[in-house]
Design a protein around this ligand. Structure first.
Ligand code: NAP
Length: 556
């Protein structure tokens, strides 16, 4: 009989979890608290309540603001055997991501495995766990509680649900008479028309919200402790940032450089759009590559004066805020704390997983180290400086093979040593901050998991068997299809998907067909080719003529 797997959450990780379990012959049941799929990517409107930290958006579910657009391009963020439709734009509005998830669920007939409006209240080990590795899952649906036993559990509930709001770090906030909220509760910019607003933090939420509000507010300030690099979605020649930079070739070169040179080049690259010093944004420590902000409009809004960058906050008072550099802003109406999230599993007790200031001890961000049996996996608990959706899918492919018994985990000591060495490397690369605990390089992380499944692309072999593809895999964007070329879960469409990824990227923007003007360069090229051809014909003609005219006789 097929092994049973409980999947918690029907967001982008949960959906692919169902599909990958089915691929491996497992029997999945997915529990979704809300009435629909999509998780974080399903926008719902909320209500504004001031100075309130209680749930005003859907409880225990990630909450988006309406304007969220992906910061990874559609080719990089799709599932590895299901390219985003060609007519979808390169960067997707959240409603388009949801549409894509619906297409995926429909194509692979996943909805039948989901129990909606069913909350998982508790996951605990069965009494004979050390022998069977089975889990008892307690759920609640319409007030009715139910306990079921499963062979394995996939935790796919996401880590952007529980807001991190350290009010104790902001002296005087209790005296502040204006409104303040965490960015989780931000929904619409209209609430800030004509107001003086302070956004705290420089993550992607802070950037998006500050830019959006700055269109209608009297003045927006953004306070940062550390600063950040800001990148545009659009890279050289208008190509998507991630498709241009997330290549194996680029990653290989960067990895081979000495750290000092790498940091210099990195700073040069980051400053190529605008000088971060002039905009008050440069990160304090440029030797760490914290997740950069991806925002196409922030520098423009700073240049127009609609947003003003400020250092860390010293204290609030009734209607003002003072900063560490001694400056102050009076007449402050609103504060939005875009201070990030806390990793939280309300249905697991500490003996199953311990979260310490966002640190979770997991082998390759997936398997707890101390369980007697490898029957629980955490999916999407990683921040890979690239597509989370693609990383989640690969994690779940690996977990499904472990559950099935088709792959094994190394001994605990080896996993622990790996955890320690990757933690050290992470701190060296990204720093110690609580929002860097899950960070890793995209290709690095993907390959690490792919090795476990046996699906890491082998460039040397490809070079011999399929040079055209090898060139695309090495020099082109490291799209998820690369992990479907060989090994378990091989997809026959992967090669074609890789060779056509650029046309799917560029075509959606070509909504007005334009004739390229014939530039003088191409005219010169034609003249050059014509001259070359004429010369070749003349030489040929001359040689033939010489052969026929030449008197026959012995050749010397
Ligand atoms: P985040 O990336 O964790 O950023 C939190 C920010 O809050 C950081 O700038 C941090 O500053 C600051 N902060 C934390 N504690 C603070 C304190 N005590 N005092 C002052 N500042 C403090 O959170 P997020 O922006 O909400 O993003 C969460 C995730 O969602 C990220 O992975 C992000 O990329 C993603 N996201 C994506 C999009 C998109 O695709 N368009 C939009 C929004 C969010 P320090 O750096 O100084 O610690």
């Amino acid at each position: 009989m097929a092994k049973t797997v409980a999947i918690i959450g029907a967001g982008c990780s949960g959906l692919t979890a169902i599909k990958c379990c089915l691929d491996e012959g497992l029997s999945p049941t997915c529990f979704e608290k809300s009435e629909d799929i999509g998780g974080l990517w399903r926008y719902t409107a909320g209500h504004f309540l001031c100075n309130h930290l209680q749930e005003i958006v859907e409880e225990k579910r990630a909450s988006l603001y309406n304007s969220v657009i992906t910061n990874t391009s559609k080719e990089m963020m799709c599932y590895s055997d299901f390219p985003t439709p060609e007519d979808f734009p390169t960067y997707l509005h959240n409603s388009k991501v949801l549409e894509y998830l619906r297409l995926y669920a429909a194509h692979f007939r996943l909805l039948q495995y989901i129990q909606f409006k069913t909350e998982v209240c508790l996951v605990s080990k069965t009494p004979d766990f050390s022998k069977t590795g089975q889990w008892e899952v307690t759920t609640e649906c319409s007030g009715v509680k139910k306990k079921e036993c499963f062979d394995a559990v996939l935790i796919c509930n996401g880590h952007h649900v529980e807001p991190y709001l350290p009010l104790e770090s902001f002296p005087g906030i209790c005296d502040f008479k204006g409104r303040y909220i965490h960015s989780r509760f931000y929904k619409k910019y209209e609430d800030y028309r004509g107001k003086t607003v302070m956004v705290v933090g420089v993550g992607n939420s802070a950037g998006d919200i500050a830019v959006e509000i700055s269109g209608v507010a009297k003045q927006v300030y953004v306070s940062t402790r550390e600063g950040t690099w800001v990148l545009s979605r659009i890279f050289h020649k208008g190509l998507p940032l991630d498709m241009s930079l997330q290549t194996r070739c680029h990653f290989w070169i960067m990895n081979s450089l000495p750290a000092g040179l790498l940091h210099k080049l990195n700073a040069k690259q980051m400053n190529s759009w605008f000088d971060h010093d002039n905009y008050g944004l440069r990160p304090k420590d440029t030797s760490w590559l914290k997740e950069p902000m991806v925002n196409d409009h922030l520098p423009g809004q700073i240049l127009c004066g609609a947003i003003r960058m400020k250092p860390h906050i010293r204290r609030f008072s009734e209607s003002s805020v003072m900063f560490e550099d001694g400056s102050r802003v009076d007449g402050l109406d609103d504060v939005i704390f875009a201070t990030g999230y806390t990793v939280f599993f309300p249905f697991l007790d500490e003996s199953i997983v311990t979260v310490n200031d966002n640190n979770v001890t997991l082998y390759k961000n997936v398997f707890p180290l101390h369980h007697e049996k490898p029957t629980m996996a955490f999916i999407g608990l990683v921040q890979p400086l690239g597509s989370l959706l693609a990383a989640s899918e690969l994690q779940v492919r690996w977990a499904a093979r472990i559950f099935k018994g088709a792959a094994q985990l190394p001994p605990v000591a080896k996993m622990f040593a790996h955890f320690q060495s990757t933690t050290e490397r992470r701190i060296k690369c990204f720093g110690r901050g609580r929002n860097q605990t899950l960070q890793s390089y995209f290709i690095d992380y993907m390959d690490e998991v792919a090795v476990e499944i046996g699906v890491r692309p082998n460039i040397m072999r490809l070079l011999v068997t399929d040079p055209k593809l090898a060139v695309q895999v090495f020099f082109g964007p490291s799209t998820p299809y690369q992990y479907r070329l060989t090994g378990p879960g091989k997809w026959s469409g992967a090669r074609k998907a890789i060779l056509t990824q650029w046309s799917r990227t560029i075509n959606p923007a070509r909504t007005r067909v334009v004739q390229r003007p014939k530039d003088s360069g191409s005219v010169m090229r034609h003249i050059f080719v014509l001259c070359g051809l004429t010369t070749a014909i003349l030489i040929g003609f001359y040689c033939v003529k010489w052969e026929t005219l030449r008197p026959s006789g012995p050749r010397f």
